[in-house]
Design a binder for this molecule. Structure first.
Ligand SMILES: [Ca+2]
Ligand SMILES: [Ca+2]
Length: 340
């Protein structure tokens, strides 16, 4: 009897050790500027349903009111209608994105085609306040931050002062609560024979990128432009795999964003989601540690450092790219609602 009890206890410990806690995540996006932001958020939701990730909040660095409304529509579509959403004020790219309008699209009877309750970013809290509130409520060193848009929100978080949620200033709060920051930005290998690639997420807000690269207090994992152009999403999957429902928000958005001739489109932001949730599954290699700097034109430079450093960047082989593409397809195509 005693022996059985011992075995049961040991099995209990073992199963607890094998059952990983969900990754606590905040997703910072420029939702609307490219379609991979939407695909990345869909992957997070589908992984959240199986307990791999707990999405604490979503913040947008795209300063159009329908960016946040679209995020809420997508969250709601995938069964997460109440995830807090914060928005940048006086941020970059104030124009409406090509697929943000699905947030307001109605059916023949005038009802929202993709129902949700946040109708405008104007009704959402400012991003830094929400980030501070969210981080302050979490255990120390527990939150994975993912940034797949501009550096505006996290750079302003660094600059923030104590408030009603925490006595710590921004940098101290990040140091206390954040586990790691995973970023899609920059370029760390030659791009189309050039070594001067000025990456979009950096150039839209260079001062914020410079500040974050210089002052961020935790490890930063950079997914450079070169990763995204080598991890494409198959066009065939987009037109064939989402037809299990008449109006599919992700497929509708994708086709609105990519009206040009069919092609397997690069996807940048998805890499950060996979790395943040499955850092030890060999989807990528990591560079040696070092330091990333951002120059005044927006070029990112990485210098390895013998004594270590807070920055590393992702490296991907052809075999890893193939594995990644299959993971993207299976995670994006999972139906929004559980099968009945
Ligand atoms: Ca909502
Ligand atoms: Ca993006």
């Amino acid at each position: 009897m005693k022996k059985n009890l011992l075995i049961a206890t040991l099995l209990g410990f073992l199963s607890a050790a094998l059952h990983a806690e969900p990754v606590k995540m905040i997703f910072d996006t420029d939702m609307g500027n490219d379609i991979d932001d939407a695909m990345a958020l869909v992957m997070i939701h589908n992984l959240a349903k199986r307990g791999a990730v707990d999405l604490l909040a979503v913040t947008s660095t795209k300063d159009h009111p329908l960016s946040a409304a679209y995020i809420d529509a997508l969250n709601t579509y995938y069964g997460f209608p109440d995830i807090p959403i914060g928005v940048v004020r006086n941020g970059a790219t104030p124009e409406e994105g090509r697929y943000n309008g699905f947030a307001t699209k109605t059916d023949d009877e005038g009802n929202l085609l993709y129902p949700h309750d946040l109708k405008s970013g104007d009704d959402a809290p400012e991003a830094v306040a929400l980030l501070r509130q969210t981080l302050a409520a979490q255990p120390d060193h527990s939150v994975m931050l993912v940034q797949v848009g501009f550096f505006t929100n996290y750079s302003r978080l660094l600059d923030s002062g104590p408030d009603e949620h925490s006595d710590l200033d921004g940098k101290a709060l990040i140091e206390a609560k954040v586990k790691e920051l995973v970023i899609m930005a920059g370029a760390f290998q030659t791009i189309r024979y050039g070594t001067q690639h000025l990456e979009y997420n950096v150039v839209k807000d260079i001062p914020s990128a410079q500040k974050l690269a210089k002052d961020w207090p935790t490890r930063v994992v950079w997914s450079g432009f070169e990763i995204g152009i080598h991890s494409t999403y198959p066009w065939k999957s987009m037109v064939e795999d989402y037809n299990y429902i008449e109006n599919h928000l992700l497929k509708d958005s994708y086709l609105a964003y990519v009206p040009s001739k069919p092609h397997d489109r690069p996807t940048w932001d998805l890499s950060c989601v996979i790395y943040a949730i499955y850092p030890d599954r060999d989807y990528f290699y990591l560079s040696p540690p070092g330091a990333v700097t951002v120059n005044d034109e927006g070029r990112t430079d990485f210098k390895p450092a013998k004594e270590g450093g807070k920055d590393v960047y992702l490296i991907m082989s052809n075999d890893q790219a193939a594995r990644l593409q299959e993971a993207y397809v299976q995670l994006c195509t999972q139906p929004p609602a559980p099968a009945r």
